[in-house]
Structure formats: C-alpha cells, structure tokens
Design a protein around this ligand. Structure first.
Ligand code: 5GP
Length: 180
C-alpha cells in the first residue's frame, strides 16, 4: 500500500487536466512531424521504464499515425533522491532503419538519456528523437537534444503520474513536488 498523500508531503505542480492537455498537444505535434511514416514502417515509441509508463500509454493514444511501442528499463536512482551516477540499461530491441522516439519521464543531469541514445544509435535507426514529460534544465551536466518537452520544472524532486519515490506515488493522477 502506498504511503498516505497529504498536502504536507506533496505540493501539486501540474493537475491531471493540465497534463492531459499537454500530452494531447505533443501527440498532435508528433503526428504532424511524422506524417510520412507508413503502416509497413511505423513510428516506434521506446518508453523508458518504469517512470514513463503512464506518460507513454497516454501519449500513444493521442498519436494518429501508424505507431508501435517497446520498452527499455533504465535505473539511475536507488532508494534516495539523488542519482547514483551510473545508469543500468536493459532492452531487447531490434531497431535498425526504424524511426525512433524515446519517451522519458524526466531529464535531469542528462546522463540516462545520453547513455540510452548512445546505445540505440549503435543499432543504426533511421532517426532518433527524444520526448520527455519533464525537463530540469538547471540540473543538466550532459547535453541532450530534446525534441518534445511536456513541462519545464525547477530542480526539485517530482512524483506522481507514473513517477515514484521508493516505488510510492506512481498512482497519483497529478505531478507534484515531494517536500523533504
Ligand atoms: P538523469 O540521468 O537525467 O540525471 O536522471 C534521469 C532519471 O532520474 C529519470 O528518468 C528519473 O527516473 C530520475 N529522476 C530525475 N529527477 C527525478 C525527480 O525529480 N523525481 C524522480 N522520482 N525521479 C527523478
């Protein structure tokens, strides 16, 4: 069972309605930008587990062009709120000559995304874009070329809408700052 949510523990940042509106806008932009993909070679969303699973599921349903989804598992945070500084990536993807769009929850230092893109590019996709729900530009140490961003956020610890703290709070329909 999840830890109880109170307004003392989490300060709401983006409501469920605001997220739904923004996700739909991004879905429309993606459908527009990839209008030339065909059912024979659909756009491939690659969602980064676990944090992006709700975002990716909602985004997928707003995209009106031929589209598939697959997953990579990346972990950089342990039980604390700071990155461990090393990223473990697991996947079983075949992506050569495919148009890829990585779907991530948060880009913070940029290390995770740099490592995922470096690994996927070795398999020679036709193109590779990055879509992140949240961007924390103040925390960036490794440059990342982001194609679509949901919201810019300050350098605070965010939970909700699939994003956890110690596996808690993923179920919240909104995004908020976890107060320390
Ligand atoms: P980076 O490698 O860019 O420093 O970190 C990216 C990953 O760290 C994200 O995919 C996410 O899993 C985790 N992360 C970064 N910032 C936050 C945050 O504010 N809240 C949570 N729950 N995870 C975060």
């Amino acid at each position: 069972m999840s830890e109880p949510y109170t307004s003392n523990t989490i300060t709401p940042l983006f409501s469920a309605g605001a997220i739904e509106k923004r996700v739909s806008e991004i879905g429309k932009a993606i459908a527009n930008d990839f209008a030339l993909v065909t059912p024979e070679c659909p756009l491939l969303l690659i969602a980064v587990l676990k944090g992006a699973f709700i975002f990716a599921a909602d985004l997928l349903r707003t995209i009106t062009i031929p589209c598939c989804i697959d997953f990579v598992h990346a972990s950089s945070y342990g039980s604390e709120k700071t990155s461990s500084g090393s990223v473990s990536i697991k996947h079983n993807l075949t992506i050569t000559d495919r148009h890829l769009l990585i779907v991530e929850d948060i880009i913070d230092t940029g290390l995770t995304m740099q490592q995922i893109t470096a690994e996927l590019l070795t398999m020679k996709p036709a193109s590779l874009g990055i879509c992140t729900l949240l961007d924390k530009p103040e925390a960036r140490k490794h440059p990342v070329d982001i194609t679509y961003t949901g919201f810019m956020v300050p350098d605070t610890f965010i939970v909700g809408y699939g994003i956890d703290y110690n596996e808690h709070y993923r179920e919240l329909p909104f995004l908020g700052v976890l107060n320390s």
